[in-house]
Write a protein of this length. Structure first.
Ligand code: PDD
Length: 274
């Protein structure tokens, strides 16, 4: 398992970061998760543009040659199907102090883990999810892919404690997204998803779902979704780079539609796989 750290490719257990790194002390850092299939990045440029957006938004210096770093990392790990994690922290300040100095050198870390090709294995192999809805306690810049993920981690654990696999965030009775995924619902053949704003992460997979809907003449709307609309939907899905589009068949103990993955989801899965 070879990782990348600050200009070097080295075995994971030899990669060391300072205890004074601001990523460690403050979560002062941003990240991306990018799937590579057969060694090729999935919507790589869109991921890198989002990374640039996150870096700019939190004013961390952006000097990485990301394409080259990731290609080399994937190659050194044997290519194939890999999920690549890339994290950039504001750097090691040598002390703990909230205020930072603009001259800090960012810490850049990347690693990868094997994944299965979610599209290659067929819709039958997709396991539908059950979810709970929880209050969205995050800040108001969810468009930044920050590593400050405590709210996301805690709600996912709450879901697990309640015997389900996903947690959906709701803010002021508007569903925003899942703990690490975007949200879709289908009602009478129309696809709905919360509109892009600073309250959600602009998912790369979300964008692709909308492109495919457009291409295949599935009507869609980017709108506010409330709890009632969620529960009375014919279909609910979540989307992310690592999982693709996955049906949600139960929310807060209530069955969605007929309790099985729906026909529009099935179509969307096939469009993705094509
Ligand atoms: N998370 N919303 C949130 C809060 C996310 O963390 C993610 C992805 C998404 C989906 O975005 P995309 O389609 O670009 O993966 C939406 C990654 C996978 C993670 O944190 O591991």
């Amino acid at each position: 398992n070879i990782v990348y750290l600050n200009g070097e490719f080295l075995p994971a257990d030899e990669a060391k970061v300072s205890v004074f790194d601001r990523g460690f002390l403050f979560g002062d850092s941003v990240y991306e998760v990018i799937p590579f299939y057969q060694g090729v990045g999935f919507r790589l440029q869109a991921h890198l543009e989002r990374l640039n957006h996150s870096l700019r938004a939190v004013r961390i210096k952006n000097e990485g040659n990301w394409n080259e770093i990731l290609d080399t990392l994937v190659w050194k790990n044997g290519g194939g199907n890999l999920s690549v994690y890339l994290q950039v922290t504001r750097g090691n300040a040598g002390k703990r102090s909230h205020a930072y100095d603009d001259s800090l050198e960012p810490t850049v870390f990347a690693c990868c883990t094997p994944i299965k090709d979610v599209w290659g294995e067929g819709a039958e192999s997709v396991v539908p999810l059950k979810a709970i809805v929880t209050e969205d306690l995050r800040w108001h810049r969810c468009d930044i892919k920050s590593t400050c993920l405590l709210p996301n981690i805690l709600v996912l654990q709450q879901a697990k404690d309640e015997g389900v696999q996903e947690a959906l965030f709701s803010r002021n009775d508007k569903l925003t997204e899942g703990s690490a995924c975007n949200l879709f619902l289908v009602k009478r053949g129309v696809l709905y998803t919360p509109k892009r704003s600073s309250e959600i992460l602009g998912g790369i997979t979300r964008e692709l779902v909308l492109e495919l809907a457009d291409k295949h003449a599935i009507q869609f709307q980017e709108v506010d979704i409330d709890y009632e609309q969620l529960l009375s939907a014919d279909e609910v899905w979540v989307s992310s780079s690592t999982r693709g589009v996955v049906p949600v068949v139960e929310v807060d103990g209530q069955v969605i539609g007929d309790g099985h993955p729906g026909p529009i989801w099935q179509k969307m899965f096939e469009f993705f796989a094509a």
